[in-house]
Design a binder for this molecule. Sequence first.
Ligand code: GRF
Length: 209
Amino acid sequence: MADSPLVIGVLASGRGSNLQSILNAIQSGALKARVGVVVSDKRDAEALVKARAHHLPAFFLDPRAYPDREGYDEAVVQTLSAHQVELVVLAGFMRLVTKKFLDPFQNKVINIHPSLLPAFPGLNAHRQALTHGVKVSGCTVHFVDSEMDHGPIIAQVCVPVLEGDTESSLADRILAEEHRVLPRVIQYYADGKIKCEGRKVLIEDGLSI
Ligand code: GRF
């Protein structure tokens, strides 16, 4: 159907505050989409608890049950496809995805990372920012490719690094922006306004965050 809401699959390994921000945006009407399924590689992920509290299908897929990363990704893809997922959102999903994942979902997988990429990819982005003494950090939403925190950049938000910041105070300030920008990017995607051409992401009308 032309105007049925975009179906999102959310992959998360941890507390799921970004999942919650998506659900809040849907509930408030700011985001016209539906979370079709939530998948985690961690049995105890708080994200699964949050999903179940919203009566959403939520699955723990155990990486140890598969012979390799490809096998695991095939199982994830099956789960996503079975729930008619049209856009996959990695929201604190702590695994690199393989071709087996990306091929069936080309330009349909986005990730959020708590730094201004390409600075500070990988783990401990806030610690890396503080160690380098940068005055500005932020968050990035990008399409996912098979390298870590590397694919074409869709949107970035700057956050000042303040004197006396700790990892946790910086993380909190950045997280507040993550919660704002991710649902907005998803709405732009749902509206068909985001196009990826190679490493360049084109946004119709420009993205106002
Ligand atoms: C966020 O900071 C996100 O940018 C990063 O992992 C964290 C996930 O947090 N990729 P949450 O599970 O959404 O609360």
